[in-house]
Design a protein around this ligand. Structure first.
Ligand code: ZN
Length: 239
């Protein structure tokens, strides 16, 4: 079924199917069985607003998941007033929040993570027990040890010992969960879902990116307008 791979469909329907199949939603570290459990994970690469919209859908359905945020992204800023409130709102809905860690920006990724954890704990009053890695290369995909004593989602207990599915790049490139034998047999699953592919309108991943990019451009223009008085003179004439 090619269509189900290219067209991800409705997020509520996806979650409902797991619920209907009696899957129990767990946080990292909470799983206890090789069958019947799903760890729903979100790596937030673009913005906190879509993450919050997704979190609300999950809470409506009585589902909990884990949201990992980049601390040093150039695309959003969890310490800005707006993003900060949205991250806290996700936590208040009953989900877990954590760090989406990019180890490549540090000469020593262990101490880099230690710094990020300190910041995160200070601002969000949240213990960091598990992190997810941003765009892990081969080295980190097979790095089976904790980093600075903290577990990560590519350790084999989450990545190999349970079936892993991801919508990276906008499709289930390595097979749709519902078409897998693991799902049919009710085996435990880690599912990585990026909000951009589900919370943006568009027939395929490229159209979604186009729509999303256009929205960000408009938002940037509004931010310039609100924060810089002379910009208002050229507002109408710039793209
Ligand atoms: Zn990422």
């Amino acid at each position: 079924m090619v269509t189900s791979i290219n067209h991800l469909g409705n997020y509520r329907d996806l979650l409902q199917r797991f619920k209907d199949s009696a899957y129990a939603f767990k946080f990292f570290g909470e799983q206890s069985s090789s069958h019947g459990e799903i760890i729903l994970r979100h790596d937030i690469d673009f913005d906190t607003h879509m993450a919050l919209k997704m979190a609300q859908i999950e809470t409506d359905l009585g589902i909990k998941s884990t949201y990992f945020f980049l601390i040093r992204s150039s695309l959003y800023n969890i310490f800005s007033a707006k993003d900060y409130d949205q991250v806290l709102a996700i936590k208040a809905l009953g989900h877990k929040i954590g760090i989406h860690f990019d180890p490549t920006i540090y000469p020593d990724f262990h101490s880099g993570l230690a710094q990020e954890i300190e910041l995160f704990k200070h601002f969000f009053q949240e213990e960091v027990n598990t992190i997810s890695l941003h765009r892990p290369n081969d080295f980190f995909q097979t790095y089976d040890a904790p980093i600075h004593g903290v577990e990560h989602t590519y350790q084999s207990k989450y990545f190999k010992k349970m079936k892993y599915f991801s919508d990276s790049r906008g499709s289930f490139r390595y097979g749709h969960p519902f078409e897998s034998t693991e799902f049919k047999e009710g085996k435990s699953i880690q599912l990585l879902i990026h909000p951009i592919w589900w919370m943006t309108k568009g027939i395929d991943n490229l159209e979604k990116l186009r729509v999303y990019y256009e929205k960000r451009r408009e938002d940037l223009k509004t931010d310039f307008f609100n924060n810089c008085i002379p910009f208002r003179e050229i507002y109408e004439t710039v793209q």
